[in-house]
Design a protein around this ligand. Sequence first.
Ligand SMILES: Nc1nc2c(ncn2[C@@H]2O[C@H](COP(=O)(O)OP(=O)(O)OP(=O)(O)O)[C@@H](O)[C@H]2O)c(=O)[nH]1
Ligand SMILES: Nc1nc2c(ncn2[C@@H]2O[C@H](COP(=O)(O)OP(=O)(O)OP(=O)(O)O)[C@@H](O)[C@H]2O)c(=O)[nH]1
Ligand SMILES: [Mg+2]
Ligand SMILES: [Mg+2]
Lengths: 292, 277
Amino acid sequence: SLTDKLSLVFKKLRGHGKLTEQNIQEALREVRMALLEADVHFRVVKDFIESVRGRAVGEEVMASLTPAQQVVKIVHQELVTLMGSENRQIRLSGNPPVPLMFVGLHGCGKTTTVAKLARLLKGNGRVPYMVSADVYRPAAVEQLHTLASQIEVDFYEPHQGEEPLEICKKAQDNAVRRGCDTLLIDTAGRLHFDEILMDELREIKRVIPPKEILLVADAMTGQDAVNIAKSFNDQLGIDGVILTKMDGDARGGAALSIRAVTGSPIKFIGVGEKIEAIEAFHPDRMAARILG
Amino acid sequence: FSGRGAIDQDLLDELEEFLITADLGIRTASRLLEAIQDRTKSKDCDSPEKVKEVIQREILEILKAGERPVHIDQKPFVFMVVGVNGVGKTATIGKLAKYYQNGVERIIFAAADTFRAAAIEQLEIWAHRAGAQLIKHHRGADPSAVAYDAVHASRARSADLLFIDTAGRLHTQVNLMEELKKIKRIVRREMPQAPHEVLLVLDATTGQNAIAQARLFHEALEVTGIALTKLDGTAKGGIIVAICQELGIPIHYVGVGEHLDDLHPFNAEQFIQALFA
Ligand SMILES: Nc1nc2c(ncn2[C@@H]2O[C@H](COP(=O)(O)OP(=O)(O)OP(=O)(O)O)[C@@H](O)[C@H]2O)c(=O)[nH]1
Ligand SMILES: Nc1nc2c(ncn2[C@@H]2O[C@H](COP(=O)(O)OP(=O)(O)OP(=O)(O)O)[C@@H](O)[C@H]2O)c(=O)[nH]1
Ligand SMILES: [Mg+2]
Ligand SMILES: [Mg+2]
């Protein structure tokens, strides 16, 4: 673990008497390594290490009898501060049906996550309506409908040849007619630099407009997390993030990268394939996981 | 010529950032930079371009060892396609059928993902696109039973190729990894030497977790090749360097899009060109 590695660093340094700033450099190198191994982006790590350096060379470490634990404590605290946020709820105020749009790269778990959230909302007494605006992926609509039926939530049946924007507008009308109070829009996986597909999302944003745009991201994403998040945020504005497949053993450094470049809070985590497998995001647990 | 020392460090830092942001990982990046230290100290390695060439050659050596083509030398030649959730297994099967369609008369897909919503329907559409036949049961059926039927159908219909699609699963889910082992056992019991290719699909946007995925799937099933998908994105897929070096698993294919033609055999030179682009 990081604490063990740091203990080793300080053990061989302590033999030389009082700790120096140079000693702390070595400790911070171990921290840097841990964060990079956890897939935190290179630049985000650089900035983060700089931000903790001040505390790391301060009295709380230098004068400590357990400097290794102190450094880890500081790093952990700084990570929690970075990833913490008060607005981790999805905003549901405004005229019903409140539209929520889910976006992200291919295969990150959008469709499954939409269903998971619909179930949660229903459990909280809301009346969700689901729609798939994915006209590309084979059987995408069937997938969403199967899940919707499983949780007994109403969904929009698209007509042959309907385009995504049309589908969203009609779904919105239907949701109004049926007295639903939340509209969950599943979109097709797309690359963040695909102009045509990003335009499609911009149009839906312009016309609907969604109360929240949620970026769904895979916890095992590597350095590319920064490109994806920045691009989606610059082009659309991201109100919140849902990190999926957290039931795996990926350290999840993407969480820090995404938070650092977008400033958006992580609101939920996906913790399995089953429809119940969604939980609130806890920054302290995430920090411990990233540090390994 | 002491000014050169400072330039070297900046260049090495730059290279380290480049390698890490390409998902090679800090350990592989450090190993590579160390390995080229001696070569770059010589006086004919006097420019950033020269240093870049040295590191490219080093990576090429690692990846070249992973460039071993698949020989379709059995009939039916059986692919078992595995990997974690959402990486592109089902789409890759569709693309592989297209890739191998020349001179091939009959291709069969086995819908052994009996768990996920609309998994069978999704594979059915790909089968239609690729001109393949589909063996399926109902959702919730035993995947080994589907595999069993598919092997027998392949033999009975003299199929050239059989692709077994499996449900996504995390390498950490022990019972699901056992399920895969069982599918492989059943296939091998019904057809000696099959599956001839145990293809692990990895997503190029994945970070260091890909190494754990490769390791555990390999331990469970003896992976014979990797398909690296979504290389059409901005991710560089550098994780395959460590996988090649540490696990010795060949990279057989790369996926570069969502359509039937978006699959190529892995080529180390092209991969490195794209990596350094
Ligand atoms: N283990 C695990 N699997 C998940 C989780 N969320 C989604 N999945 C699985 O990930 C795979 C992809 O999920 P989808 O919902 O189809 O992903 P998507 O983003 O809609 O995919 P595209 O529409 O093709 O872009 C499926 O096998 C899901 O069951 C999670 O939190 N944990
Ligand atoms: N851009 C791009 N998208 C891809 C590629 N390969 C697959 N995809 C997309 O990734 C998503 C997931 O593909 P699937 O074939 O459903 O993946 P899977 O591994 O079978 O997923 P599960 O069965 O749910 O585990 C789909 O939207 C595919 O179109 C690729 O090479 N490039
Ligand atoms: Mg989807
Ligand atoms: Mg699949």
